[in-house]
Design a protein around this ligand. Structure first.
Ligand SMILES: Nc1nc2c(ncn2[C@@H]2O[C@H](COP(=O)(O)OP(=O)(O)OP(=O)(O)O)[C@@H](O)[C@H]2O)c(=O)[nH]1
Ligand SMILES: [Mg+2]
Length: 441
């Protein structure tokens, strides 16, 4: 299998699904099979694959279609969401205490970017007001400590090195003592990636783990290595339980599926990604962006926004009544209030999956935008009958409602006027295609 087979297989399954002429149980099953194949190739455990694909299948067959959204978009979003869930949903958090000593040991195969990532992490922590220092415990690679010092030369971050000493445990113990006595709280340890053999490398990691007992073992993985990442992760995880993952070279090989495998094998989550060679090219990991790239979905944000808007219209009866201009004053205000949550009306209007709303006069929307809180209070001061039919509101009631809501009489009058206008415009709007109404039923 090629280096990026997981991502390539996933993209193939998705694009096949997108190009199918119709969406039915067969196409959904085929997509799920493609998803399973890709994940298995990526060394994601069978059980997890089963769970993800079952979730996708079930949701794809059962979930209601929001108005204005195609079945295909909906299913792609489901695949996307299930993969994001696997990676940890929320963007990663730093979770490094400030009030006590905290030791992070970086491990990983040679050339994956340990030394570079240590420098990045140290720099990142320093910028976030941690007192940080690093220990060079790589006694194999010639120039390893020089490289670390070079990377950190402008940062004033202390680098502990002990030239001539060959035992990494001795170096680390002395380094911790020295840095701690200088008041350093977070200590990062750079370990060797190159060794006589894989066995001696793992033996060294195991010994360091036993003797140093770091608070966190961070596994460094090159984003480009694909499914092999699972094997590396397994070997390191057995030597020193991996607590977090630093995924490097996302700038050059953003398509690698290795991360999924490493996560599946270790149960650890990705904390950071490297996005270049410079020490400031580090970011906390955001699962959503990663999966978007993995699936080759360019505009995932656009797709998600479409959903957010459509979901506002999920209440079918309300949506349908609104489109027909059959809404009470209360429903009118509630609808506008819900919309307001999604963003400024001026930005929303053209994108709303609700034909007809564009017919509401600008003035009404502008007023609603500014006054929605007031409008809400006004509604609360009305009787049930008045909310259902504002025609019955006379001038003395207007006065009382205004007082009850803490607004001016003209605000009450304006709301009633805007409501009437909106109703009129919705009713006279071009009759909606039956097809749309079907999608909301
Ligand atoms: N483009 C890019 N290059 C990176 C990134 N991280 C590391 N590199 C490069 O990868 C190469 C290897 O990085 P090192 O930090 O030396 O790797 P290492 O894991 O310490 O290697 P050993 O010390 O041999 O075990 C260097 O040329 C780095 O500049 C990254 O996020 N993006
Ligand atoms: Mg190194």
């Amino acid at each position: 299998m090629g280096m990026t087979s997981l991502s390539e297989l996933l993209k193939k399954a998705i694009s096949k699904f997108i190009s199918s002429t119709s969406v039915d149980e067969n196409t959904i099953n085929e997509l799920v099979r493609g998803l399973q194949r890709s994940l298995l190739v990526g060394d994601v455990g069978v059980e997890l694959v089963q769970r993800i694909s079952e979730n996708v299948r079930k949701r794809a067959l059962e979930e209601k279609l929001p108005p204005g959204i195609s079945r295909k978009d909906q299913i792609i979003k489901i695949v996307y969401e299930e993969l994001v869930k696997l990676l940890g949903e929320e963007p990663a958090k730093l979770k490094i205490p400030r009030d006590r000593r905290y030791i992070i040991m970086m491990v990983g195969i040679q050339g994956f970017g340990k030394t570079t990532s240590i420098a990045k992490l140290a720099y990142y922590l320093k910028k976030n007001d941690y007192s940080v220092g690093v220990i060079c415990a790589d006694t194999y690679r010639p120039g390893a400590c020089d490289q670390l010092e070079q990377l950190l030369k402008d940062t004033k971050i202390p680098v502990y090195r002990h030239d001539g000493e060959k035992d990494p445990v001795t170096i680390v113990k002395a380094g911790i003592e020295k840095l701690a006595s200088d008041g350093v709280k977070v200590i990062l340890i750079d370990t060797a990636g190159r060794h006589k053999s894989q066995e001696t490398l793992m033996e060294e990691v195991r010994t360091l783990q036993r003797e140093v007992k770091p608070d966190e073992v961070m596994l460094v993985i090159d984003a480009g290595i694909g499914q092999q990442a699972g094997l590396h992760a397994k070997a390191f995880h057995e030597a020193a339980p991996v607590g977090s993952i630093f995924l490097t070279k996302m700038d050059t090989s953003a398509k690698g599926g290795g991360a999924l495998s490493a996560i599946a094998v270790t149960g650890a989550k990705i904390k950071f990604i490297g996005i270049g060679e410079r020490i400031d090219e580090i970011e906390l990991f955001n699962p959503a962006g990663y999966v978007g790239r993995l699936l080759g979905l360019g505009d995932i944000e656009g797709l998600l926004e479409k959903f957010r808007l459509a979901e506002l219209m999920m209440d079918e009866k309300r949506a349908e009544a609104f489109i027909r201009g059959e809404f009470t004053l209360e429903q009118f205000v509630k609808q506008l209030k819900d919309l307001r949550k999604a963003g400024p009306f001026s930005k929303l209007i053209s994108k709303l999956p609700l034909p007809g709303i564009q017919n509401i006069p600008d003035e009404t929307l502008r007023d609603a935008e500014k006054q929605i809180e007031k409008w809400d209070a006004i509604i609360c001061s009305m009787t049930h009958e008045e909310k259902m039919d504002p025609h019955i509101i006379n001038s003395s009631r207007i006065r009382r409602i205004a007082r009850g809501a803490g607004v001016l009489e003209k605000d009450v009058k304006n709301l009633i006027k805007q409501y009437r206008l909106a109703k009129k415009f919705m009713k006279t709007a071009k009759r909606l295609p039956k097809k749309f109404l079907k999608t909301v039923q």
